[in-house]
Design a protein around this ligand. Structure first.
Ligand SMILES: [Zn+2]
Length: 332
């Protein structure tokens, strides 16, 4: 019997998948990925494919059990815990893999994450620089070997999806929304027929599953605000359970925004009080208590993303003194 029970959602089914939060550890079982199998008539579509081959058998059994007519694989973003089984499913069902052009390089070749060749002006920094800002801890962890071992699930993308495009499934016309923030090419999918919205990891500012932070806090807050306007009645996040009922979806999205605002506020207060601070110091101040299963550099990634937001807004300044990178408040 499968340990991962499929749950019903308005558009079909959701499967919770086991997931690890540490790159160096194995599956810890304390967090979950969620894959969505949409069914319209005899046509099936899947949104995200899990972390690695453990859930593959269950996915195949379910897809075959529902008729086996998988029409497409929709990848919300490049992270390894969302694209894990995509290559195997694409091969078995001969269906196209779809993703946003900005994330495609890292989906097709995750090694671009290791060599730093995949960069974004928005991230405003290089792999080297980020390693340094994160206290060097990440640099040793994220070798090519580690990426090959834990993050490497390359898959060829057949269709590049931009904002406003439609994805068909039976009579449904699902709408693609470019919702950057968690990653540059994060996309959401909205089914107007059921008012169901699938957001990938839009509810995570920080970037737990890539070797280096590429999230953008301003983009993420704008994206959350945008999907709030859809008045969805079901929300499918990339991890944990779906959210049922429009009022609960509204609450959930509002909480994401409130959390982001509060993180930013706490950082501003800390910068004011400390004068200047390193990412480590800010992380200790802003997140004094970290859940025991949290991926250790994750909170620092969050700090980093918000520092970039403050820098873009002209409210913080990055300075280097004696080889130490610090951040300072800019007085208006
Ligand atoms: Zn992610």
């Amino acid at each position: 019997m499968s340990r991962f029970a499929w749950m019903e959602i308005p558009d079909g089914y959701m499967m919770p998948q086991p997931h690890a939060t540490t790159a160096l550890g194995t599956r810890d079982g304390q967090s979950r990925s969620s894959n969505y199998l949409l069914k319209s008539g005899n046509e099936l579509g899947i949104i995200d494919t899990g972390m690695q081959s453990l859930g593959l058998q269950e996915l195949i059994e379910k897809i075959d059990g529902e008729g086996g007519n998988l029409r497409w694989i929709f990848l919300t973003h490049f992270h390894f815990d969302h694209i894990g089984n995509a290559a195997a499913l694409a091969l078995r069902y001969g269906c196209p893999v779809m993703a946003h052009p900005l994330d495609i390089p890292a989906i097709e070749n995750p090694m671009v994450l290791a060599d730093g060749s995949w960069g974004f002006p928005d991230a405003g920094t290089s792999l080297e620089e980020i390693s340094k800002e994160l206290g060097g801890a990440r640099k040793e962890e994220m070798t090519e070997e580690i990426i090959k071992k834990y993050f490497y699930f390359p898959v060829r993308v057949d269709r590049s999806l931009d904002d406003g495009e439609e994805v068909g499934l039976g009579p449904w016309r699902l709408k693609v929304l470019h919702t950057p923030g968690h990653s540059p090419g994060s996309i959401s999918l909205f089914n107007p027929a059921s008012r169901s919205l699938y957001i990938g990891d839009l509810d995570y500012v920080m970037n737990p599953s890539s070797p280096w932070p590429i999230s953008n806090a301003s983009d993420l807050m704008a994206s959350v605000q945008r999907v709030m306007g859809l008045d969805a009645e079901f929300l499918g996040p990339g991890h944990y359970d779906g959210i049922y009922k429009d009022w609960a979806v509204r609450e959930y999205l509002k909480e994401i925004l409130d959390r982001a605002h509060s993180t930013q506020q706490r950082m501003e207060v800390c910068l004011k009080r400390l004068g200047s601070a390193t990412v480590d110091q800010l992380a200790d101040e802003v997140f004094p208590v970290i859940p025991r299963y949290a991926y250790p550099p994750l909170h620092k990634s969050t700090i980093h993303c918000f520092l970039h937001k403050l820098m873009e807004e002209g409210r913080a300044l990055k300075v280097e003194r004696g080889g130490v990178v610090k951040w300072e408040e800019i007085h208006p």
